[in-house]
Write a protein that binds this ligand. Structure first.
Ligand code: ADP
Ligand code: DP6
Length: 328
């Protein structure tokens, strides 16, 4: 395989999991304990360009205009090693990446980050992967990145090995008016990474086996709700699934939580809005920021409530986003 003689750029969006991935059965290959399902979001994304260059002796990574130290770029170098092995090359690479999403704040920068890196690096290394194989490659960087190859609703089938653990599209063109309102309560980086948090749950939470079972049931329920455009079932089941995931953090040893006081305040407000008749539901990843699921018709009401409480700059309207785009 011959690397390209020019940089390749890829753009990938983050996704919000409606059925969460929380726990691995193979840490090395990132094979999960449960299948997961997500919605790709248009407002948050990563753009990454990669060029393999014979004159380099190490990989260099420019991350949001800062040059990373070798230690800080270790995860990216490890990922590039997977790409090099696939392409049969040893050449080092220049990576330039920009996150249009806060990094490590529970807004899924690892999903868009590793999906974009997988797309740009594989193409720059001379590989032409189909989207299933690209999703398998992105998985090696970060589990949630597996799903960010596709737009709209996507699923990651857990599988049992490298070949069978990949994402597939459920509905790339979402033709119903579903939105996710992101409440950016803090952009501080989390103390417990998703990787460490889920490992602790697998190893110590007595509820872990129940999570695996119930998330399987949630997957089927949401799949059916998408097919029949049943927003209330989709919203309700997503919210339950998120809270069950967070119950694993509370029941780990040592116990920890991704909630902060504002997350709890936001959840209470969503419950109040719902009690007053607005169909809105929350979900939350590994960080205190909340995503509110609602239908487009209700978005102005929901947004104005949250803007009043948390300030206009904290409330970001996102719609279903596209799958990965790779420049030639
Ligand atoms: P988040 O909630 O933002 O996904 P995680 O702790 O799960 O937080 O993942 C953050 C990690 O994802 C970063 O420390 C980094 O290793 C990786 N990451 C984020 N953005 C990028 C990017 N643009 N390119 C490569 N890796 C990235
Ligand atoms: C709560 O994909 O960031 O967002 O595979 O260890 O990199 P690693 O973890 P990561 O975890 C995502 C956890 C989650 C749920 C989800 O996106 O499915």
């Amino acid at each position: 395989m011959e690397p390209t003689n020019h940089p390749i750029t890829a753009k990938a969006h983050t996704n919000i999991a409606l059925v969460k991935y929380w726990g691995k059965k193979d840490e090395q290959l990132i094979i999960p304990q449960n299948s997961s399902l997500s919605l790709t979001l248009d407002e948050f994304y990563t753009e990454t360009s990669v060029a393999f260059d014979d004159t380099l002796t190490t990989d260099t990574v420019q991350f949001d205009d800062h040059l990373l130290s070798a230690q800080a770029s270790q995860k990216i170098t490890t990922f590039l090693d997977v790409v090099r092995e696939l392409a049969g090359i040893t050449t080092r690479a220049n990576v330039i990446t920009h996150n249009h999403v806060p990094t490590a704040a529970g807004l899924a920068s690892s999903a868009s980050g590793f999906a974009a890196l997988a797309g740009a690096a594989s193409r720059a290394a001379g590989l032409t992967l189909n989207r299933r194989d690209l999703s398998r490659l992105a998985r090696r960087g970060s589990g949630s990145a597996t799903r960010s190859i596709y737009g709209g609703f996507a699923a990651w089938q857990m599988g049992e090995d490298d070949q069978t653990s990949y994402a597939y599209p459920i509905a790339e063109q979402v033709d119903w008016d579903i939105v996710a309102i992101a409440l950016v309560l803090t952009t501080a980086q989390k103390k417990v990474s998703s990787r460490d948090g889920m490992r602790l749950a697998v190893n110590t939470s007595p509820f872990y086996p129940t999570w695996v079972q119930s998330s399987q049931a949630d997957f089927k329920t949401i799949e059916t709700a998408i097919a029949s455009r049943d927003f209330e079932t989709l919203g309700h089941t997503s919210e339950q699934n998120a809270m069950r995931m967070h119950a694993l953090t509370l029941s780990s040893d040592p116990s920890f939580s991704y909630f902060n006081a504002d997350s709890l305040k936001a959840m209470a407000l969503i419950r109040e809005l719902r009690a007053a008749g607005t169909a809105c539901y929350f979900t939350m990843d590994a960080g205190p920021n909340i995503k509110i699921l609602c239908q487009g018709q209700d978005a102005p009401t929901v947004m104005s409530q949250f803007q009043q409480v948390f300030g206009p700059e904290s409330v970001v309207l996102t719609r279903p986003g596209n799958g990965i785009q790779i420049s030639d």
